[in-house]
Design a protein around this ligand. Structure first.
Ligand code: SF4
Length: 76
Protein backbone atom coordinates (compact mmCIF):
# COMPACT_ATOMS: atom_id res chain seq x y z
CA UNK A 1 0.00 0.00 0.00
CA UNK A 2 1.48 3.30 -1.07
CA UNK A 3 1.02 6.77 0.42
CA UNK A 4 -2.31 8.54 0.23
CA UNK A 5 -2.89 10.61 -2.88
CA UNK A 6 -2.76 14.34 -2.12
CA UNK A 7 -5.43 16.63 -3.53
CA UNK A 8 -2.56 18.95 -4.42
CA UNK A 9 -1.07 16.33 -6.77
CA UNK A 10 -1.20 17.83 -10.28
CA UNK A 11 -3.14 14.94 -11.82
CA UNK A 12 -5.45 14.75 -8.83
CA UNK A 13 -6.24 18.42 -9.27
CA UNK A 14 -6.83 18.02 -12.99
CA UNK A 15 -9.33 15.24 -12.30
CA UNK A 16 -10.99 17.12 -9.45
CA UNK A 17 -10.02 14.45 -6.91
CA UNK A 18 -11.26 15.02 -3.37
CA UNK A 19 -10.61 12.62 -0.50
CA UNK A 20 -14.10 13.54 0.72
CA UNK A 21 -16.51 13.24 -2.19
CA UNK A 22 -18.92 15.68 -0.59
CA UNK A 23 -16.28 18.40 -1.14
CA UNK A 24 -16.23 17.95 -4.93
CA UNK A 25 -16.48 21.22 -6.86
CA UNK A 26 -19.92 20.59 -8.36
CA UNK A 27 -19.77 23.71 -10.53
CA UNK A 28 -16.59 22.47 -12.18
CA UNK A 29 -17.63 18.81 -12.22
CA UNK A 30 -21.41 18.76 -12.81
CA UNK A 31 -21.25 15.04 -13.65
CA UNK A 32 -20.67 14.29 -9.97
CA UNK A 33 -23.70 12.71 -8.34
CA UNK A 34 -24.11 12.09 -4.63
CA UNK A 35 -23.33 8.49 -3.78
CA UNK A 36 -20.45 8.20 -6.25
CA UNK A 37 -17.38 7.17 -4.29
CA UNK A 38 -13.98 5.68 -5.05
CA UNK A 39 -15.09 2.57 -3.17
CA UNK A 40 -17.90 1.99 -5.66
CA UNK A 41 -15.93 3.03 -8.75
CA UNK A 42 -15.06 0.40 -11.35
CA UNK A 43 -11.39 1.41 -11.16
CA UNK A 44 -11.02 1.06 -7.38
CA UNK A 45 -8.62 -1.72 -6.48
CA UNK A 46 -9.53 -2.00 -2.83
CA UNK A 47 -12.54 -3.75 -1.40
CA UNK A 48 -15.68 -1.66 -1.04
CA UNK A 49 -15.21 -1.79 2.74
CA UNK A 50 -11.58 -0.57 2.62
CA UNK A 51 -10.86 2.97 3.83
CA UNK A 52 -8.35 3.38 1.01
CA UNK A 53 -7.20 1.49 -2.02
CA UNK A 54 -5.26 1.70 -5.23
CA UNK A 55 -6.43 3.34 -8.43
CA UNK A 56 -4.71 2.75 -11.78
CA UNK A 57 -4.93 6.47 -12.58
CA UNK A 58 -2.71 7.24 -9.61
CA UNK A 59 -0.07 4.51 -9.65
CA UNK A 60 1.75 3.96 -6.39
CA UNK A 61 -0.76 5.99 -4.39
CA UNK A 62 -3.87 5.14 -2.43
CA UNK A 63 -7.14 6.97 -2.89
CA UNK A 64 -9.70 7.41 -0.14
CA UNK A 65 -12.63 5.01 -0.25
CA UNK A 66 -14.92 7.97 0.30
CA UNK A 67 -13.12 10.04 -2.33
CA UNK A 68 -14.06 10.88 -5.91
CA UNK A 69 -12.55 12.08 -9.16
CA UNK A 70 -14.03 12.93 -12.53
CA UNK A 71 -12.93 9.58 -13.99
CA UNK A 72 -15.43 7.81 -11.71
CA UNK A 73 -17.04 4.94 -13.59
CA UNK A 74 -19.99 2.80 -12.65
CA UNK A 75 -19.15 -0.82 -11.94
CA UNK A 76 -20.38 -3.15 -14.67
FE1 SF4 B 1 -11.54 7.19 -7.25
FE2 SF4 B 1 -12.42 5.99 -9.45
FE3 SF4 B 1 -11.30 8.42 -9.60
FE4 SF4 B 1 -9.83 6.29 -9.07
S1 SF4 B 1 -10.96 6.68 -10.98
S2 SF4 B 1 -9.73 8.25 -8.01
S3 SF4 B 1 -11.19 5.04 -7.82
S4 SF4 B 1 -13.24 7.88 -8.57
Amino acid sequence: AGPMLAETDAQAGALGYKADATKVDKAKFPKYAAGQLCNNCALYQGKASDAAGGCPLFAGKQVAGKGWCSAWAKKA
